[in-house]
Write a protein that binds this ligand. Structure first.
Ligand SMILES: [Zn+2]
Length: 317
């Protein structure tokens, strides 16, 4: 991998590069460890929170001109977090022991951390997904999205990790009606809906409404695609809108689809906004609290709160 972060509680990842490493760590322990004549550099994997060893930072490597990080596969002094299960599913790990057919991870530390972050950052997750789709969603729609993710135990999906949380909430939810939602920044979506669904109307505010009999229109996130070519992780999902194109035709046909490129920096940026400048949406945060209380078993909810407590003030809220 070519990215790292300093601590498991951090949200921001950095490119592995000498000046950045020197600047962030001051070449101090536990990131820079001197052992006799040798020195070692460490960091944390932004996806699975496990320690990584950084190689090629101070001495050129024979096989590549770029320094990179690789999982240590064990606990390292100064890095208290080590989670073997999360490591097995980390997208930066090439050889997995488990069958790719497995559709769920067990409830490990990583899943609990994902649950904790969604609870604390739900307003930002919705903000980001709205930007990604060019839409503005109601509380009803946002709540259904979260319910779908929680009911389907989306936090156990093996493709979820700490860098792709907002997009995976969408992807591991379910198809939801988008009737009544607003399209605020995607003229192609407006054109596709009005051209392909006879009864559809988009009003002046961008709201999806009708000028005839009721019709079905839904949105869904599909096709999570992951590539780790040359150590850089690239992920996409697809936002698809389907609707009733003819009154007596098949119930649903695709009317529009858009590929979304997962860019972890966009979420990091929102989460790391200084408190004075951050605009939080309390309504969405309350909605997340209610959904967790309604859907999660009590024992699981208690474990999520334990994680939140343990991460303490370092967890940006
Ligand atoms: Zn990892």
């Amino acid at each position: 991998m070519h990215v790292f972060k300093l601590r498991s509680v951090d949200y921001d990842e950095r490119v592995i590069e000498r000046t950045t490493f020197d600047h962030l760590t001051d070449n101090r322990e536990p990131w820079y460890v001197k052992d006799g004549e040798k020195d070692y550099q460490y960091g944390v994997c932004p996806c699975c929170n496990n320690p990584i060893r950084i190689v090629g930072l101070y001495r050129p490597l024979p096989h590549t001109d770029k320094p990179y990080g690789r999982h240590t596969g064990k606990r390292i002094e100064g890095f208290p977090h080590f989670d073997a299960d999360a490591l097995e599913w980390c997208p930066f790990v090439k050889k997995r022991k488990r069958s790719p057919a497995a559709t769920k991870r067990k409830l490990d530390d990583l899943a609990l951390q994902i649950l904790a972050r969604v609870l604390h950052q739900f307003d930002r997750i919705i903000y980001l997904l709205q930007k990604e789709t060019g839409m503005q969603w109601s509380n009803r729609f946002s709540g259904e999205l979260l319910d779908g993710w929680l009911c389907g135990e989306g936090y156990l999906y093996p493709g979820s990790h700490l860098r792709n949380i907002p997009w995976m909430v969408a992807y591991r939810s379910r198809g939801i009606s988008i009737f009544g939602q607003k399209i605020v920044d995607d003229d192609n979506l407006i054109a596709a809906i009005t051209r392909k669904i006879p009864g559809a109307l988009i009003d002046d505010s961008g709201r999806i409404t009708k000028h005839g009999p009721f019709y079905e229109i839904g949105g869904v996130f599909l096709g999570h695609n992951v590539t780790t070519g040359s150590g850089d992780l690239k992920e996409t999902i697809c936002f698809r809108v389907h609707g009733q194109r003819r009154q007596h035709g098949p119930a649903f046909e695709t009317v529009y689809s858009r590929t979304i490129h997962i860019n972890p920096a966009r979420f990091d940026h929102l989460v790391n906004t200084p408190p004075g400048r951050a605009r939080r949406h309390q309504g969405f945060l309350d909605l997340a609290q209610q959904a967790y209380q309604k859907i999660l078993p009590r024992a699981l909810l208690a474990r999520v709160h334990e994680v939140i407590k343990a991460t303490g003030p370092e967890e940006p809220i």
